[in-house]
Write a protein that binds this ligand. Sequence first.
Ligand code: EPZ
Length: 428
Amino acid sequence: MDRILIRGGKALKGNIQIGGAKNAALPLMAASLLTGETLSLSNLPHLADISTMAKLLAELGVDISMDGDASNGGNDGRVFAMTAGNLDNTTAPYDLVRKMRASVLVLGPMLARAGRARVSLPGGCAIGTRPVDLHLQALQQLGADIELSEGYIEARAPTGLTGAKVTFPMVTVGGTENLLMAASLAKGETVLANAAREPEVADLAHCLVAMGAEIDGIGTGTLTIQGKDALHGAEYAVVPDRIETGTYAVAAAITGGDLTISGARADLSEAVNKVLTSAGVDIAPTNDGIRVTRADGGLRGVDIMTEPYPGFPTDMQAQVMALMAVADGASMMTETIFENRFMHVPELCRMGADINVHGASAIVRGVKKLSGAQVMATDLRASVSLVLAGLAAEGETVINRVYHLDRGYERLVDKLSACGADIRRESE
Ligand code: EPZ
């Protein structure tokens, strides 16, 4: 298994290019199941999760042709032309779903188009139990017959789905995405209330509109969908990754550096930018992104609570905690989305951070310096927070279980070392 070695203390300077958002690309790929025509997606990131979704779709009978091989790097393999001619196989097997929970996003489109779907239940994961009950309840409201059997979701709608008013009891990104896709092929009108407003949900909705769907309220908490008999092919470019953007903004801030982040959409990161600005980080717009520098006064602790969009994203909590660990003063960070998303805390403490967790809140008392250590983490954002801490720490940090990072950060080591970080990857 590979590991990453970092010698901290280098201020990062230079330019980092942001890729397409993983969490937008995955539902967009699943949307290819909605039509027999070709959906062509561009600006896809080179990530392990994208390959896993491609494998799953291929298993379901989607023909995928790529513009070159992603392993060549560069711009090869960023455009997928996906054609779901006939959905002969409607089973998403345990082996693939287990690897990536977002596999459950094939449920809504497959059920709506083929009238049946068998999808392995994803099970718990490192950051929480993460059930899919809300996806299932909402699909039942559209007339799906759903049973759980032998670890699988068995869903049927032999005469198709029928539009309904669905009010989500809590905001769910994946649930909203599954329902948006299903409702696009349902009979009549569906209203999704308390829908997720994340930019990745809006990206999916815009792509569905390009495929012939009729959706009102995109970007709001109420989505109204007029179902169509069929959708058609389209070309669509994936939105830039706001979490990758925020992660590199923290890299600039934590090292006292100066990074230009190209391709970033500042308008999608307002809550994060507000927190970073209050913490003493300067963020200025550029022609095609943002420039992030640390203001002269050093870093200050800021209180943060994760919330559904447009609130502060849970996917940035671990990275900002690494920053708060070296800020002046204290910060209270409250996680309201997932019940177990503080796995990075004990590892950050091993690097000298002063953090105490009380239920859903962590009190971070800033220290002058972190020190390098051997660390590992059990999910993507926790792992990258340790990379960020390592960039600021004295001495060497070794990060194990690098495969988590490969799921969500394209060429992380190359991008950071091109900006002056002393970082390398090696095989054990
Ligand atoms: C998406 O997960 C993202 N994943 C996550 O990204 C992100 O952390 C999360 O949204 C919140 O923003 C993708 O987009 C692929 P949810 P998702 O349904 O859709 C509970 C990353 O690091 N819930 O909005 O699974 C759930 O347990 C990650 O890139 C139910 O109880 O999140 C959680 O507590 C990891 N029942 C909360 O709702 C359900 O049926 C929000 O989950 C569905 C969700």
